[in-house]
Structures are given as structure tokens and as C-alpha cells.
Design a protein around this ligand. Structure first.
Ligand code: GLP
Length: 235
């Protein structure tokens, strides 16, 4: 594992450079990108570089990492609207192949998604954030390393972190996520660790032991894992 500990002020730039490096090495790569507060600054950098014609995903396959399955306010609050808002024409440009997960409990969609991943030869790069409880995508504690795209019941903690105090009729209870198998089979993993409440999971990652109740730590054995972490998180 390669650990890049950076001050919060250079986190976005550092992560953007690592992604740009992968894309320059292989412009037609397959990659997955996360949502959340963590990558917002990074996407701003990529968007700027895209506008300046220094960065392009026009030949890439971009796979959504996850999506809510039963979000009552869809598309508001969804992964797809997050991508539209934060990456815009970096991925919505008519050239980038964006593989979408639709809000649905239909098992056929899961198999079709896995087939698309297989047809692309799997992921070249998995960019993942980490939830407070160690979830990656929506692979919650206890998720199997053998799992492929699947529907999960969200933990109370994850619903709270993502939706705060909104009324139950406005938040989802289930999500669709790419599985740990496809993430751990990616040729490279870039894990982004930043934000409040992440000290415990940051230290579990630094500790270096895979723990089933902290899915992010199960990726620690990957041969090409880079963790970009805010230096304020390490105790
Ligand atoms: C969500 C997403 C994850 C993301 C996590 C952390 O639950 N499904 O992909 O990594 O939140 O979010 P944040 O970056 O806001 O801490």
C-alpha cells in the first residue's frame, strides 16, 4: 500500500493528479468514481482541467459506483445528479461511456451491470471514498469480498450521515452498489480518506489489518492500492 498523507489544502489537487496520471497512461481506461463530500474538491480540479483541455475522459468507460434503489426524491439526492452537478461535461459529453445504475430493485439490472463490467475487462482504476463505518460504495460492514453488483439495506449510520435528520418518507433504505469483488479486482485502487468523523477508520487503515466489519480495510491487501489521506486524521 502506498500512503500519501497530505494537508487538507492539497488533498483535491493531489488526488486529481493521481487520476490524471492513470488517464494519461490509458485514455480508454475503465474507472469508477465515488460520490460524497470527499471528492467534491477533486472534481472541481478535474472540471477546471477539462475546460482547459488538459484532462479528458472522452475515451473512458465510467461506471457508477452506487446509486440509491428507492430514493423517494429521485433524481434529487442521487448519484447521477451528484455527477451532473460536480463533474458536468467531464462525463456528460456524448463521448464518455457512462454506465448508469438506475434506481430500481430489479435483479436483471445487477446482472446486466456485471456483464458490462466484464465486457470492459473489469476496472482499471477504482476511485473510492470511505464512509465513517468503513463502507466503500455502499458495501456496508460484513459485505462479502466475493460480492458483485448487489442491493443492500443501508445501515442507520449511513442513512444518518447522508441524509441527516430528514423525514423517513424522504430518504432511501436501500441502495445498489458495485461489489467488493469488482473493486478488489481493479488493477489500481485509489482510496480517498478525508472528512469529519473519519479518524477511527483512518487509523484502522493505518493499522494495516483487514477487518470484515470495516470493508475499506479489506482492500488493504491489494497490490496497487494508494491511499490519499488528510494528514489531520492520523493520530
Ligand atoms: C456514501 C457513498 C460512498 C462515499 C461515502 C463517504 O455513502 N456511497 O461512496 O464514499 O458516502 O462520503 P463522504 O465523502 O461524504 O464522507
Amino acid at each position: 500500500m502506498k500512503l500519501v498523507q497530505v494537508p487538507e489544502t492539497s488533498f483535491a489537487q493531489q488526488a486529481a493528479e493521481l487520476i490524471a496520471h492513470h488517464v494519461s497512461e490509458r485514455p480508454d481506461l475503465s474507472l469508477t468514481l465515488p460520490t460524497g463530500a470527499t471528492p467534491v474538491g477533486l472534481y472541481e480540479v478535474l472540471r477546471r482541467e477539462h475546460t482547459a483541455a488538459n484532462f479528458s475522459l472522452s475515451r473512458a468507460n465510467v461506471f457508477m459506483l452506487d446509486e440509491y434503489a428507492d430514493l423517494p426524491t429521485y433524481p434529487r439526492g442521487s448519484f447521477i445528479s451528484f455527477l451532473r452537478e460536480h463533474l458536468g461535461d467531464v462525463v456528460f459529453n456524448g463521448s464518455t461511456r457512462l454506465h448508469q445504475l438506475l434506481p430500481s430493485l430489479d435483479p436483471d439490472q445487477l446482472r446486466t451491470y456485471d456483464a458490462a463490467l466484464d465486457a470492459a475487462g473489469g476496472l482499471d482504476v477504482a476511485v473510492v471514498g470511505v464512509g465513517r463505518n468503513g463502507h466503500v460504495g455502499f458495501n456496508e460492514p460484513g459485505a462479502s469480498l466475493e460480492s458483485r453488483t448487489n442491493i443492500v439495506t443501508l445501515s442507520r449510520e449511513t442513512i444518518h450521515d447522508n441524509f441527516g435528520e430528514v423525514e423517513p418518507q424522504k430518504y432511501p433504505t436501500r441502495a445498489i452498489t458495485m461489489g467488493l469483488k469488482d473493486l478488489s479486482n481493479a488493477r489500481s485502487i485509489l482510496m480517498l480518506v478525508a472528512g469529519t468523523g473519519k479518524r477511527a477508520i483512518a487509523n484502522a487503515l493505518l493499522d494495516g489489518r483487514a477487518q470484515p466489519d470495516k470493508p475499506a480495510t479489506q482492500l488493504l491487501d491489494h497490490p496497487d492500492l494508494t491511499i490519499v489521506m488528510c494528514d489531520s486524521l492520523a493520530s
